[in-house]
Design a binder for this molecule. Structure first.
Ligand SMILES: [Zn+2]
Length: 151
């Protein structure tokens, strides 16, 4: 099966995927999602007049800044993977670049696997499970939590 990114140009695929942001060539500020180039593109830094950007591969790991459980089914165009709808976890992850990137949490993980400050790693997974053709980025916990609770 051929699979392709759900959004072209926002991330790479393969064993070590990365998110692709934009770096302003004037002030070096990095953004995600990437900005366009050419007419109408502008630097998000309000004190910068830059209008040229280069692609920037972002850190593959970051720390959880916040997270939540999507207990209610999002409105269309969201397509539920299961019927009835199963909640999924979302994490806002702070990267070394100084930006926070929201994403779903990797398949098989939920809010019980997350903690503010915990390390997560970028993975790319099929949007709709094993049969899905579209790929999305997700955040996967690096360390297993809960082991200390058994003591
Ligand atoms: Zn700039």
């Amino acid at each position: 099966m051929s699979r392709s990114p759900a959004v072209e140009g926002w991330f790479t695929t393969g064993p070590e995927p990365t998110l692709l942001g934009s770096r302003c060539t004037t002030c070096a500020t990095v953004y995600f999602p990437p900005t366009g180039t050419g007419q109408g593109s502008f630097c998000r830094n309000p004190t910068c007049d830059g209008d040229e950007f280069e692609s920037a591969a972002l850190s593959r790991r970051g720390t959880v800044w916040s997270y939540t459980d999507a207990q209610y089914q999002p409105p269309a165009p969201y397509v539920a993977r299961t019927d009835p709808y199963q909640p999924f976890a979302l994490a806002a992850v702070e990267l070394a670049e100084g930006i926070t990137v929201l994403g779903q949490v990797a398949d098989g993980y939920g809010v019980a696997d997350l903690r503010v400050g915990a390390e997560v790693e970028l993975v790319v997974e099929p949007l709709d499970g094993d049969d899905g053709e579209l790929l999305v980025w997700r955040w996967k916990p690096v360390t297993e939590l809960g082991e200390e609770a058994d003591q």
